[in-house]
Design a protein around this ligand. Structure first.
Ligand code: CTP
Ligand code: MG
Length: 233
């Protein structure tokens, strides 16, 4: 019987990048320097030796992933993407179900967050790896929050205690599988929300704003500048 907990990564990369609106295809294949956004995200997740395998969930219609050379035997592509991010993650977890124990830990990381640093990934595993409720990288909300009403600021909302959720998000394998297996996935935009709905209280592990999610063309400029500053281009 094996006693040590294993960590594996799962990158949902089956989106269309509608808000990016690129004619060149899904945003995960856009180039940031000499590598695609997806390759940067893969390299970031391979940066911690505790990650024993990294599954990349791509769309069934996607033919481009076959050109990616990760240069690491830990990487495995699974063409089981779903209609939403949550479905892609659920499909990926189901596809690897027999290969991991209930107590092993999965780290889900967006392909659209290529600037994740090694120290952030290590901190998440250090602080949440042994926690049965898991945890996620997050940053306290810095901006003042307004509710818009017909293009005008209607009211200012209290930001006390508010955090912006990032990825990776780390959970006990069986707990996340169960949380995504029951109930609708319609409102589930990250794994933590599924865990919260199932009664867990994931740990908020402070991350940094450099780990941005690349959503619009302006974010591409920012991500490129951050990767350059990290000497990763
Ligand atoms: N994703 C996925 N399967 C989907 C939708 C999204 O695996 N059906 C992935 C994306 O590839 C991305 C991550 O989930 O890595 C975060 O999603 P998002 O930033 O919203 O990417 P897209 O859905 O591709 O972009 P958009 O919402 O603008 O279409
Ligand atoms: Mg999306």
């Amino acid at each position: 019987m094996r006693h040590s907990v294993r960590y594996f990564g799962l990158i949902p990369a089956a989106g269309m990048g509608a808000r990016m609106g690129s004619a060149a295809g899904p945003k995960q294949y856009l180039m940031l320097g000499s590598k695609t956004m997806l390759e940067h995200s893969i390299q970031a997740m391979l940066g911690d030796a505790r990650i024993d395998r990294l599954f990349v969930i791509v769309a069934q219609s996607d033919a481009r992933w076959q050109q990616i050379r990760a240069g690491d035997e830990r990487v495995e592509f699974l063409p089981v993407g779903g209609a939403t991010r949550a479905e892609s993650v659920r499909n990926g977890l189901m596809a690897v179900a027999g290969r991991y124990d209930d107590n092993d830990r999965v780290l889900v990381h967006d392909a659209a967050r290529p600037c994740l640093s090694g120290s952030e990934l290590a901190r998440l595993i250090d602080e949440a790896g042994a926690d049965d409720d898991g945890g996620l990288l997050a940053v306290p909300l810095a901006d003042t929050l307004k509710r818009g009403e017909e293009g005008r600021a209607g009211i200012t909302l209290d930001r006390t205690g508010l955090w912006c959720a990032q990825t990776p998000q780390l959970f006990r394998f069986a707990s996340l599988r169960a949380a995504l297996a029951t109930g609708s996935l319609a409102d589930i935009t990250d794994e933590s929300s599924a865990m919260e709905r199932a009664g867990h209280t994931p740990r908020l592990v402070p991350g940094g704003s450099a780990n941005l999610k690349v959503t619009t063309p302006g974010d591409l400029v920012l991500a490129t500048a951050i990767l350059a500053a990290q000497r990763r281009l």
